[in-house]
Design a protein around this ligand. Sequence first.
Ligand SMILES: [Zn+2]
Ligand SMILES: [Zn+2]
Length: 126
Amino acid sequence: MDKLLTQAGLKCTKQRLDVLNILNTANKPLTAEEIHAEVSDIALSTVYRILDKLLEKNIVIKTTIPKSDGVYYELTANEHKHFAICLACHKLKYIDICPIHNTTVSDFTVTGHKLELYGYCKECIK
Ligand SMILES: [Zn+2]
Ligand SMILES: [Zn+2]
C-alpha cells in the first residue's frame, strides 16, 4: 500500500495508509462515513481530505450510485470488480464473475467496461 503513495509522489502518512488499508480489505466500495467509522481517530473532514488527494492521484476512484446520495470510494486497482446495488437500502455487493469479460465488438478495440446491476438484496426483497 505504501508503494501506491510513494509512486504517486505522496508522503506516506499513517492516516493515508489507514484509509488505503480499509479500502483494500473492504469487499465493496465504501463511503467516507464508512471509512471514518473504521478509523475513529481520524476526523471525518480529514478522511475527505485524504480521499480527495487519493482521487487526484488516481489511487482511488469515486462511484456515485443512482437513487442514493452516497458517494462511494474504492481503490483504482479494484475497479474491474463489478457490483450489484440494492435499490432499497443502497447496499453494494461485489459480483465475483465478469459476465462481459472477453466481449468483442467488430471494428472496435475494447479497452475497458463498466457494469452495475440493480435490484433488491435478500433483506429488502421480503
Ligand atoms: Zn437492500
Ligand atoms: Zn468486467
